[in-house]
Design a binder for this molecule. Sequence first.
Ligand SMILES: [Zn+2]
Length: 270
Amino acid sequence: MTELIKKLSIAETVKYENCKETVKNGLQSFMDVADAIVDIHKGKLYREEYATFAECCQEEFGIGKSRAYQFIEAHEVVENLSTVVDISELNENQVRPLTAVPVEKQGEVFTAATSKAKAEGRTVTGADVKAAVVASRPVPPPPKKNAMPFPLIVDENGIEVPAKLIPLWSRREEVQEMIKAVQDVKLKIKKAKEVNDRLYAGGSIGRAPMDFNDIKGHLDMTIADLKACYTVHVCPACKGETCAYCCGLGITSEYYFKTIPESLHPKAKK
Ligand SMILES: [Zn+2]
């Protein structure tokens, strides 16, 4: 926009005075007020009297800048709607909610609101428009019909763990924690041996010395036993029912899995 000469032309002065009258008058329709405010803003008709648009709105009409911009926004909506409705009958309540809608959808949303009101034998209200705005917002797609309600739990070969076995299967973590705990003890005993820790050395006044090697052997066995309880497969022999291979559990550890004939093992996934 080219720089405006500060002094208003006669035509501008007349327009400015008329606009101010319109806004102040208050008896005019919302559209007339919005038109007048847009004219003052667009043409900077306030420029002789005030430094800023905001100052003009405050001094002349007693409205803040944000209220003035509400009129300007609403005016844009109305211009947009001019192709679908008779804008002379619009009021602000019907228009305001549409400022939250993308320009290209405003007409469609307003038409939806008016059709609904018409069907009920009324004129469209601000509440109708608000409802249409909300209804126009995209809704998240419904979950797919085939979607599993819970994530599928599969074993290490990708075989689904039967639902009735999930309570047992989900205790794998518990076994892992126990294995870790025994491994920790083993590590601590090893360290004690390395530094010849007096606390564990014993061997005096009727106390037998701790046999580190013996303890390590016990702990290794315990770890091996616990590992045999750590299930990683749905039993391929009974497919999760009950059989001797899986000790009646329906699921097996790697250890017991190896005792099951290979012909029964699930085929490796490609
Ligand atoms: Zn079995």
